[in-house]
Design a protein around this ligand. Structure first.
Ligand SMILES: Nc1ncnc2c1ncn2[C@@H]1O[C@H](COP(=O)(O)OP(=O)(O)OP(=O)(O)O)[C@@H](O)[C@H]1O
Length: 310
């Protein structure tokens, strides 16, 4: 049986600016099921605004938002106890000591995670007595993550949880998030790391200019839209017109450099068999044949373009 979505956002609009208001979020629809949902998008796409509205930190101008079935504005108090929040800016009192802070947050919840174990998991053992302002950027980030999850919330919002973390801390964060998921905790995270979304997320939503422009599992997104590539080497100057005739309509075949061939299109087992049988018919021994799947980063760039965002 499928449970109720953890997040339901319909027609969400948020405008900033009094004189000439600009829509940062512009009719956004997003439904997140239990599990890990990654929200991707170029700078300024509206990710943080959307997440902060879901957390109850900002009021929408239009649209409906339900988080665990609750309205984050009208039912803020009920929601607060059921969600965990990690803000981009940390949101921690700068004079508080790391462990003290974490214990304080744990004490606000009925069934918190074990604080020493969590400190250990996130490599904060050596800085438990350090004040927040004296922690390094990566340590502050890890503490903010620990504070978001220590209360065993049903749903955690994480805004760029691994931005600025070293590879070890990134992996430790991923492991922790996978464990939380296995424990029934849902996660909505924003990230600019495509590999993070690919590794962790059950579902990915791509936001651009305040709207969701693509939504699906990483696998679905990588399979749809973007073309894959098949490469092989053979003798130089093969008759590509004849190869193209054998291939499905819409495929392309190029000789990139003498003897190095590239076929693009919908690369499936049938097409692979067509290429190898064409090679057999033409006395070509295809060397170093390989299929390159598009990554989430390829798909992201295809969807959102290559121009820098202001
Ligand atoms: N408090 C604010 N006042 C005015 N404009 C704002 C405010 N917060 C965000 N914006 C604008 O709204 C748009 C969306 O910003 P938002 O922070 O939601 O994007 P984002 O997708 O999270 O970006 P990034 O990846 O850079 O964090 C941007 O153009 C930003 O300048």
């Amino acid at each position: 049986m499928r449970s109720e979505p953890v997040l339901q956002v319909h027609g969400l609009v948020k405008r900033y600016g009094k004189k000439s208001p600009r829509a940062a979020v512009d009719g956004l629809d997003l439904v997140a099921e239990a599990g890990i949902t990654a929200v991707l998008g170029p700078n300024g796409a509206g990710k943080t605004t959307t997440v902060e509205i879901c957390e109850g930190y900002r009021r929408p101008d239009a649209g409906t938002v339900r988080v665990l079935g609750l309205d984050p504005v009208r039912q803020a108090a009920d929601l607060r106890t059921r969600i965990g929040v990690m803000l981009q800016s940390g949101g921690v009192y700068s004079g508080a000591r790391a462990e003290e802070m974490l214990r304080h947050v744990a004490g606000l919840h009925a069934h918190p995670l074990d604080v020493p174990a969590l400190i250990d998991r996130l490599g904060l053992g050596g800085c438990g007595r350090t004040t927040y302002r004296r922690l390094s950027g990566g340590q502050q980030q890890r503490l903010a993550l620990a504070m978001a999850v220590v209360g065993r919330p049903e749903l955690v919002f994480l805004d760029e949880p691994t931005a600025g973390l070293d590879p070890q801390a990134r992996r430790a964060t991923w492991d922790l998030l996978r464990e939380l998921r296995a424990d029934g905790v849902s996660v909505v995270l924003t990230t600019h790391h495509m590999d993070e979304a690919e590794q962790l997320a059950d579902d990915v939503a791509v936001i651009d200019a305040g709207k969701v422009i693509a939504h699906g599992s990483p696998d679905e997104l990588c399979r749809g839209g973007a073309e894959n590539t098949l490469r092989f080497s053979g003798r130089a100057g093969l008759d590509l017109v004849s190869l193209l005739k054998a291939l499905p309509v819409g495929s392309r075949a190029d000789e990139l450099s003498p003897g190095a061939y590239r076929v693009t299109g919908d690369i499936d087992p049938h097409l692979l068999a067509t290429v190898t049988s064409w090679c057999a018919q033409h006395g070509v021994m295809p060397d170093r044949i390989s299929v390159e799947r598009h990554t989430l980063e390829d798909v992201f760039l295809e969807l959102t373009g290559r121009e820098l965002r202001s």
